[in-house]
Design a protein around this ligand. Structure first.
Ligand code: NIG
Ligand code: FE
Length: 411
């Protein structure tokens, strides 16, 4: 909408809110500290935020300025979804029915369904179809205010499909994460042999596309020794490390992530008090995925204990066709406030600043402050907390990405 070089002025906003300060990741009491301006404006110049302030401080603007009317709306930073599996073909609605009738996620996986059923569909899709799927899913996420997203591979488990997934995420502007060690594909019967294959045949090319590597460290997936071997090789290839850990069982994910200097360990539904203490004493961010716990009827992660112990946490959707068919970070914020014991201010900080930290971008996204990328969500309420308060509500009115309107609700 804003022409190249023109400035975008979002004016007369009821509120503008952003995590206070410039630090990342935020921990402890700093998580709840926000800068809140009322009757305010945000001025974007090109792809960056030029100024934020109260309307009464807004002087005359020279030159070409596109104006957006913010009356009745509040602005929050563009939301950052730092953990998704959005590149997949097919769906698992049949398994959803089986789970509703009592089957568990782990039983379906052990019987060759679950992740492997999405692997079959994803392998059968062309590279063009995978790009189309990512674009479609990315569009769903944008309508809920996601302006930056990560996307994992892990539904190919062969060289070509894994690389095609990473390419599709990159082509859509996402942050690609190589999740080669997600499950054992049917053509292998030995997990160590599969890890050998991944490291010899896929890692050299995956490392050219991906920014991070991830492993599913869990009963029925990969054990700590296999995860260590995979992650060490990925680290040596220059990738940032992530771990899916403590989803069903505590299998050593937090000690391994701490020792290897991983950026994050994600899930944590099964984390004990000792795990909470160890994570809090580390530089690893705990990425909490309450939509996945909700969707599988599993316990929620110990978010309050983690924050109170001083751990850095982030929130994400885990968007995928099996454990979390959920593309909405506002819904995840609602779960954070109702199920995880976080205040709305804490929920906002962890799906903006701390999620940006997980993606290594906290110096340029996640805040509404001069110099940051001009990514904004205009919430359809005069109090920004409706973002979390309105359960599954249609709260997003306009999404601004890099200083241009990327989506707006039609009248
Ligand atoms: O984060 N737990 C492992 N991987 C995904 C689910 C993938 C799937 O079920 O397709 C998760 O929950
Ligand atoms: Fe996941």
């Amino acid at each position: 909408m804003s022409a190249e070089g023109a400035r975008l002025l979002v004016r007369d906003l009821a509120q503008v809110v952003s995590a206070a300060g410039r630090e990342a990741p935020l921990r402890g009491s700093a998580l709840g500290a926000v800068d809140l301006l009322e009757d305010a404006f945000v001025l974007c110049a090109g792809e960056r935020i030029e100024a934020v302030g109260r309307m009464r401080e807004l002087g005359p603007l020279a030159g070409d300025v596109v104006e957006l009317d913010g009356r009745g709306l509040s602005a929050v930073p563009g939301l950052v979804d730092c953990h998704t599996h959005l590149c997949f073909a097919g769906d698992r609605v049949g398994e959803f029915s089986l789970r509703a009738a009592g089957a568990t996620y782990e039983e379906l996986h052990a019987a060759g369904g679950g992740i492997l059923s999405t692997v079959r569909a994803t392998r059968a899709a062309s590279a063009e179809e995978l790009r189309g799927a990512v674009d479609r899913h990315r569009g769903w996420m944008r309508r809920h205010g996601t302006t930056t997203f990560e996307g994992k591979s892990g539904y190919g488990l062969d060289r070509d499909t894994e690389l095609a997934q990473l390419e599709a995420v990159r082509a859509a502007g996402g942050v690609p994460t190589w999740l080669g060690a997600h499950a054992l594909p049917p053509e292998f019967d030995d997990r160590d042999a599969y890890v050998d294959f991944l490291l010899a045949d896929v890692l050299p090319d995956a490392a050219k596309i991906a920014e991070a590597a991830d492993v599913f460290l869990e009963r029925g997936a990969f054990d700590a020794a296999q995860a260590r071997r995979y992650l060490e090789a990925c680290r040596d290839a220059g990738l940032t490390l992530r771990v899916h850990g403590d989803q069903f069982t505590e299998s050593g994910a937090i000690p391994l992530a701490s020792e290897l200097g991983a950026r994050s360990v994600d899930h944590l539904e099964a984390t004990s008090d000792a795990g909470v203490r160890m994570l809090a004493a580390s530089d690893v961010t705990g990425v909490l995925l309450p939509a996945s716990a909700l969707f599988l009827g599993r316990p929620m992660p110990p978010a309050r204990a983690l924050v109170d112990a001083g751990a850095a946490i982030a929130l994400a959707t885990d968007f995928n066709p099996g454990s979390a068919f959920c593309d909405s970070l506002p819904l995840v914020c609602t779960l954070a406030c109702t199920q995880l014991g976080l205040a709305p201010e804490e929920a906002l900080a962890v799906c903006t600043v701390n999620a940006a930290h997980v993606l290594g971008q906290a110096d340029r996204i996640g805040r509404i402050a001069p110099g940051y990328q001009a990514d904004l969500v205009l919430v359809d309420a005069t109090d920004w907390r409706h973002l979390a308060y309105h359960l599954a509500g249609d709260v997003v009115y306009t999404v601004v990405e890099r200083g241009s309107v990327a989506w707006e609700r039609s009248a």
